[in-house]
Design a protein around this ligand. Structure first.
Ligand code: DLL
Length: 436
C-alpha cells in the first residue's frame, strides 16, 4: 500500500529538522503568550520563568501546567491571545460540571486546522476522489465542522450529514455511495446495527474506511466495526482545548499508534501524580503545547488522557512520533474496592465473548462503605431465546472473565437485545451513582 501524504516533507522530516522547527515555534509562542495572556503571565511570574529561559526543548518542563480549572476561571474568553475582533469562530465542549470550555479561532487558525484535518484524512488513505460521510455532530462540538473543513481542503466531496437520523443516513450512504465514514465508534456500531435491521448488505455499500474517534474504543471494538461495516477502521484523536480533531491520527498502513502532528502540537507524557515528565514508552497522562495557534494557544495542557509516546519510524514512512491508542482518562478510571478499572477494559473483555453484543453500561453504586460495580450487557437475539441455563452460564462466563482480567468482582446483568440506549455521538458507558 503506497502512502498518501498531505505534506510529505514535514511528515517525513528527520527528527533534528523537526525539533529545530519546534524550538523556534515554542520560543515565539511563549514570548507572545507572556505578553498577551494575563493568566499565563501571572503563572510564569509565580514560577519565576521568563520567555528567555526557554533555550531548548527540554526547557519546556520549566513552564507551569494548564488545567481545565484555568479555563473555567477565565470563562469565556479570558485566555484568548487575540482581540475578539480577530476571532472568526468559537467552539465549546461541555464539561461534566458547570460551564463549558470555550475555544476560539482566527481565520489563520481555521486554515491551519483544515490543513491538519486534510493531513489526517490523507493519513487514512482519503483522496479527492472520496465521498466523505461526516456523521460527527455539527455545532459547538469540534468534530463536525473540523472534519468538514479538512475534507473540503483535501478536495473530497463532503456529505455534512451530522449525527442522528440513522435510517436516513443509511439511505444517503447507499444512494450517494459514501466511501469514507467519519463518526464516533459507538455511532458507527449504531449505524451497523441499523444497516442489518434494514436488511442492507454492508458489502453492497461503498464504504472503504472509517475514521473513528472522540471517545475511547478497544481493539476488539475495531474488529467488530470493521466486520460489520466491511471497512478498515482507523483512530483519530483530538480535543477542543488543543484544536479539535486532527491532533493525532493512525495511518491506514499499520493501524498501530497515532502519529502526533508535532510540528503543531508538542506532546509530553507525565506522571499524573507527581507531574514529572516520563520517558518514551512509559504510560502516563498526555500533555500538549500548541505551537502555531493564534487565538487560543495553550501551554502544557493536561488532557487527563492516558497514553505513551514512541519514536520508532513507522512503516508508512512518517517520522512523526506515535502515541498509543488512548484507552481511558485518568478521571474515567473507576476505583472499585481499591482496583483501578477503565471502562475500555470491560469493553475489551465483553467483545471477546460470543453471544454478547457491543452495547453495555457500567453502573457503580455505594452500598454502606462498599463500592459495587454492575455491568449490564446486551445479548444477541439467538442467545436471548436460549434456555435459562444458557443465560446463567453466559452470566458466569462474563463475571469470571472480568474477575480474571480486571481483578474485580462485579454483578453481571444480561439485558434484552436493543434495550441499552444507542449513541448518536459520544456514548455514556458509566453511570456513577455514588454520592461522594
Ligand atoms: O472529541 C474532538 C474530536 C472530534 C476528536 C472528532 C476526534 C474526532 P472534545 O469534545 O473536546 O473533542 O473531547 C476531547 O475526547 O480528551 C479524549 O478524552 C476523548 N477522545 C478524543 N479522541 C479520542 C480517541 C473531541 N481517538 C476528549 N480515543 C479527549 C480516545 C478520545 N479518546
Amino acid at each position: 500500500m503506497s502512502t498518501i501524504y498531505w505534506e510529505e516533507e514535514i511528515e517525513t522530516l528527520p527528527r533534528v529538522g523537526l525539533e529545530s522547527i519546534q524550538l523556534k515555534r515554542l520560543q515565539s509562542l511563549v514570548a507572545r503568550v507572556y505578553k498577551t495572556v494575563e493568566p499565563y503571565r501571572r503563572k510564569m511570574d509565580v514560577a519565576a520563568i521568563k520567555p528567555e529561559d526557554i533555550q531548548n526543548l527540554n526547557d519546556l518542563k520549566k513552564l507551569p501546567f494548564t488545567v481545565k480549572e484555568d479555563l473555567r476561571e477565565n470563562y469565556p474568553f479570558g485566555m484568548f491571545a487575540m482581540p475578539l475582533d480577530d476571532i472568526v469562530r468559537v467552539h465549546a465542549s461541555s464539561g461534566t460540571t458547570g460551564k463549558p470550555t470555550v475555544v476560539g479561532y482566527t481565520r489563520k487558525d481555521i486554515d491551519t486546522w483544515a490543513g491538519l484535518m486534510a493531513r489526517a484524512l490523507a493519513c487514512a488513505g482519503t483522496t479527492s476522489g472520496d465521498m466523505v460521510h461526516n456523521a460527527y455532530g455539527y455545532g459547538l462540538f469540534t468534530g463536525g465542522l473540523g472534519a468538514h473543513y479538512g475534507a473540503e481542503k483535501l478536495g473530497a466531496t463532503v456529505i455534512p450529514v451530522s449525527g442522528g437520523n440513522t435510517k436516513r443516513q443509511i439511505t444517503i450512504m447507499k444512494d450517494f455511495g459514501s466511501t469514507v465514514l467519519l463518526s464516533t465508534p459507538s455511532y458507527a456500531l449504531n449505524l451497523a446495527e441499523s444497516i442489518e435491521a434494514m436488511g442492507v448488505d454492508p458489502s453492497s455499500l461503498s464504504l472503504r474506511v472509517g475514521i473513528f474517534g472522540a471517545e475511547p474504543w478497544s481493539e476488539n471494538m475495531r474488529e467488530e466495526v470493521e466486520r460489520k461495516l466491511n471497512l478498515k477502521a482507523v483512530d483519530i484523536y483530538g480535543l477542543s482545548e488543543v484544536i479539535g480533531p486532527g491532533v493525532a491520527m493512525e495511518c491506514l498502513q499499520t493501524k498501530k499508534g497515532l502519529h502526533v502532528f508535532e510540528d503543531h502540537f508538542l506532546p509530553e507524557i507525565i506522571d499524573p501524580e507527581s507531574g514529572e515528565v516520563l520517558l518514551p514508552g512509559e504510560k502516563g497522562e498526555l500533555v500538549f503545547t500548541t505551537l502555531t495557534k493564534e487565538a487560543f494557544p495553550i501551554i502544557r495542557y493536561r488532557t487527563k488522557d492516558i497514553s505513551s509516546l514512541y519514536y520508532e519510524t513507522c512503516e508508512c514512512g512518517r517520522t512523526l512520533v506515535r502515541m498509543e491508542k488512548v484507552t481511558g482518562r485518568s478521571d474515567d478510571m473507576l476505583i472499585i474496592r481499591g482496583v483501578n478499572v477503565f471502562p475500555s477494559q470491560v469493553e475489551h473483555v465483553l467483545m471477546g465473548i460470543d453471544g454478547v453484543e457491543p452495547h453495555y453500561q457500567i453502573i457503580v453504586e455505594r452500598e454502606g462503605s462498599m463500592d459495587t460495580m454492575s455491568v449490564e450487557v446486551e445479548v444477541s437475539d439467538t442467545v436471548f431465546t436460549d434456555k435459562i441455563k444458557g443465560l446463567e452460564k453466559l452470566t458466569q462466563h462474563i463475571t469470571r472473565d472480568i474477575k480474571d482480567i480486571l481483578g474485580v468482582t462485579c454483578r453481571v446483568k444480561l439485558v434484552n437485545p436493543r434495550s441499552i440506549k444507542r449513541s448518536e455521538g459520544k456514548a455514556q458507558r458509566v453511570i456513577d451513582n455514588r454520592k461522594i
